[in-house]
Design a protein around this ligand. Structure first.
Ligand SMILES: Nc1ncnc2c1ncn2[C@@H]1O[C@H](COP(=O)(O)OP(=O)(O)OP(=O)(O)O)[C@@H](O)[C@H]1O
Ligand SMILES: [Mg+2]
Length: 547
């Protein structure tokens, strides 16, 4: 079933001056250029900047309004691995029937069960992700793009994915990810996508229509999406980028101070001219001790006040123009949304009940009863309970039953408790529905939801356009809508940091840590769990250990 690549030795891909907008929306990119060398390159950037869109452009699934990709997408065999693990691979059946040496090697590397291709509907999120990756690699393509491969997967699987990808030496490959350790282990080249603010007047850098304050200063200008290539891993690239951003912020300060000085000078000069005109017009005498005024009047008489004013004005205007030009050369990181969700979280009252939800310890029923030590009868029968203010993290390998446990808990919430459940996957229809629901909210609630969304580092203006949100954006939207509208006493989250960019994950963990109600969250991100939970349930072999 393997397809022969057209360019067995494709040395790289060149993207030049690419611009793209979705119909009726502001441009996502304008005039971006970069190269992809042979090997794996990481693409890192905040939610909603357009990483998945860029993937679709590179493989020809979307057409840019301007710019070129060389070699052109239609000249290449390309393979993409979808970000959303509800997307069934188009070669799933073929892969299921492929017992060639290379297919067996891939199955081995990623621990794919022989029957998985026929059991898609029953597979766990992490198992599906593995199958998506393996079927993408089986296409043996020239250009391979994998969109967020470590969402849903446990640490062991992550290591397997790294090994499998490292073996694909001949591809031109792009890994879109928010997982720093993963991309550092795999990619020697990095593309960082950022939103940057360009002060007014920087025509060469694009015509984006958003106007925002930057770094707290009310400065006219616009934001543009920038992609920079670094010939090093992500951590080094990020350090270089931060250095550049700090230096640019310093340059911006200097340029702004110079501009302000010149504006003040111009104003002073205009005031002086006005004063002279007034003196002349009123015919009043100048104080003989006011030497400055006498000199100005003499100069004005000699040149005529208008000429004197315009000579000065020309000089100041020329300097002002130069200062504005200098300002427009500096682009700085666009302002992040720095509102806090903590106040909202703290305002939600926990339940006064001792227990808000419970689930049987043998929640998987008979599935594991055969070969597992079930413990004492007392342990076996005791229920797992969630206290009104308990924060529980659920961990365990892929397929251990974490989502089943959460679903059963969701079905067994104590009566009268208001609860919110955020599932692991959200379909396209649900995404669109969530935006429409927010748009239909009464003004006050809508504004509260959008403020909350902004504090999770998402752009509320984009959501207001009613267009399909990105995978990261929709999670923020659903959670914030529930917090504002339902004020839940119990929150159940299934892998909430999947799809979230690094800053958003940090904002979410702080918000959840401040939440006073009950929280049960499934995650493979131990750092995240340490920040917002205090109890750990480990799901293993159909049993739950509580620590
Ligand atoms: N079909 C579409 N029509 C209109 N707008 C869209 C469409 N698809 C995506 N968008 C918008 O384009 C922007 C970029 O989306 P994209 O999915 O490419 O972002 P991303 O960088 O991959 O985000 P994430 O990290 O959350 O996956 C988002 O604001 C999204 O709302
Ligand atoms: Mg995406």
């Amino acid at each position: 079933m393997s397809i022969s690549p057209v360019f067995r030795t494709l040395s790289g891909l060149r993207v030049s001056h690419l611009s793209f907008s979705y119909p009726g929306a502001d441009p996502l990119f304008e005039d971006i250029s970069f190269s992809l060398p042979r090997g794996w390159t990481a693409l890192v950037g905040d939610n909603g900047l357009g990483k998945t869109t860029l993937m679709n452009l590179l493989v020809g699934a979307l057409k840019p309004q301007q710019g070129t990709i060389s070699p052109a997408p239609e000249q290449l065999v390309s393979a993409t691995c979808a970000q959303n693990n509800t997307v069934i691979p188009d070669n799933l059946e073929e892969f299921g029937a492929d017992w060639s040496r290379s297919a067996l090697n891939l199955r081995d590397l990623l621990g794919i069960g022989d029957d998985w291709a026929y059991r898609w509907a029953e597979l766990s999120g992490g198992q599906r992700k593995r199958l998506q990756i393996v079927t993408t690699l089986a296409k043996n393509a020239d250009l391979v793009i994998i969109d967020e491969p470590t969402n849903h997967v446990d640490e062991e699987t992550k290591a397997q994915i790294i090994t499998a990808l490292q073996q694909q030496r001949d591809v031109v490959g792009l890994i879109i990810s928010h997982d720093r350790d993963f991309v550092d282990a795999l990619a020697d080249n990095t593309l960082i996508m950022t939103r940057e603010h360009v002060s007014a007047g920087a025509g060469s850098l694009g015509r984006g229509s958003q106007r925002r304050a930057v770094l707290g200063r009310a400065l006219p200008g616009h934001n543009v999406t920038v992609i920079r290539h670094y010939a090093c891993n992500f951590s080094e690239a990020q350090a270089q980028l931060r250095g550049q951003q700090l230096s640019n912020a310093g340059k911006l300060d200097q340029a702004q101070a110079q501009l302000k000085r010149l504006e003040n000078l111009k104003r002073d000069r205009q005031a002086q001219v006005a004063k002279i005109e007034k003196v002349k017009a009123s015919g009043s005498r100048i104080d003989r001790h006011d030497h400055d005024a006498i000199r100005r009047l003499q100069t004005a008489k000699m040149m005529g006040a208008d000429a004197w004013a315009s000579a000065g004005a020309h000089q100041v205007d020329a300097k002002l123009q130069a200062a504005q030009q200098a300002l427009s050369q500096v682009s700085v990181a666009a302002k992040r949304y720095d509102a806090q969700l903590e106040a909202l979280m703290c305002s939600i009252e926990p339940s006064s009940r001792a227990v808000v939800a419970s689930v049987e310890r043998d929640f998987l029923g008979d599935v594991f009863l055969g070969d597992v030590d079930q413990g004492s009868a007392a342990t076996k029968q005791a229920k797992l309970t969630v206290g009104a203010q308990e924060h529980i993290g659920i961990i365990g390998r892929n397929g251990a039953g974490k989502t089943t446990l959460l679903e059963q808990m969701n079905a067994a919430i104590s009566s009268g408790i208001s609860a919110y459940y955020l599932p692991q996957e959200i379909s396209e229809e649900e995404s669109q529905k969530s935006v429409n629901t927010v748009l239909d909210l009464p003004a006050e609630l809508k504004s509260q939801v959008l403020t909350a969304v902004a504090s999770l580092n998402a752009d509320p203006d984009k959501l207001l356009t009613g267009k399909a949100p990105s995978q990261g954006e929709v999670r923020k939207l659903l959670l914030c809508m529930a917090l504002v509208c339902d004020r839940p006493q119990l929150i159940l989250l299934d892998e909430p940091t999947n799809h979230l960019d690094i800053s958003s994950t940090e904002a979410l963990e702080q918000a959840l840590a401040a939440y006073r109600g009950a929280l049960v969250v499934v995650s493979h991100d131990h750092r995240f769990l340490r920040a917002c939970t205090t109890t750990t349930w480990t799901v293993r072999d159909g049993q739950v250990d509580v620590q």
